[in-house]
Design a protein around this ligand. Sequence first.
Ligand code: MN
Length: 396
Amino acid sequence: MEIKNFKKAAKRILKAIRNREKIILYGDTDLDGVASVIILKETIKNLGGEITTIYFPDREIEGYGITKKGLNELKKFTSALLITLDLGIGNFKEVKLAKKMGFEVIIIDHHEILDGLPEAEIIIDPKQKGDKYPFKGLATAGIVFKFSETLLKEKMTENLRKNFLELTALATLADMMPKENENLEFINLGLKSLKNSWRPGIRAFFEMKTFKSCAFDNEDIEWMASKIISLLNVRDVEHSLPASFRLLSSFSLEESEKIIEKLIEKSKTRREKIKAMVAEMEKRLQPTHHPLTHSPSLLKKESPIIFEGDSDWEFTLISSVASIICHKYQKPTFIFKILEKESSGTVRTPKGVDSVALMKKCKRYLITYGGHSSASGFRIKNENLEKFKKCLIKNL
Ligand SMILES: [Mn+2]
């Protein structure tokens, strides 16, 4: 049993390599997206092909997914094969635009299918209709790892396999995919080879004092992986490339160590900022008192959802804050950054509430939305925020 469209996509990519067509990788900036881009890039390289360019949309500026800004920047490379990784399944308009510009689009994603599919040439997403692959819990990196086996066949050496599994394991953990089925295998094998990695960006972590002092048993490797992941999640964009990509694709141990040091510094500030944001959120959730009667006039705590936004909040922090708040209050949590005309938000829901299905019922107020049932995101015009909130509460 194979994931739907593996053969079709492999055939198309092999043809592109043979014909020296331009190939562009367009990935999400989180670790799953970054790992997926690196695995596919190195796979294509091992097949004698070359990647023309790689694009990661900056969530802080242009938002998540295929963006107009991204397409405009890439337009100069048309005609080209545009492969999107860990995003794209919700980008109906943007895929249309990409085709018009002269791109042939292949989407590789694992997010929930919304209403129908974008008009991409080929779509790989185990959640699409007609995909009979039994396990639906793979991270995109897990899908791309399996896809690399289809592409490379006997060219997949044991070393290459291990090396890809290290990235797949980190991405699967970072994306919080269920620890079951193939994911468990990826995580076990990947973590096992982590400390003997030849990848400078991973080896550099094990040169660090905090890691060196640990005994290398199984429990510790999980702890180390979680430390590595939290550092790789720190936002640091240089030359439009996220730090995690620069680090994991670096050929130099020295350069890698420099990047890690910068990330450690930044993560301290990040932790403080998150703490401050959580405190601010909690203050907002307290009942406000009417100035005259001193009676609670607006019991925000009693609202069935948490729905808060601010123009000062950093987009890259709101996901962490939403996770903390949702976990603590056990309510569907919507946190958004308010921009000039639009807001970009993140959603976390407690067990039993499907955030994507809930937003689907209120999609008339949204520009885009999508993700997983317990973690997702949305974009909305500011004038629709109140209506959206009311609709969510009504449909909960
Ligand atoms: Mn993902």
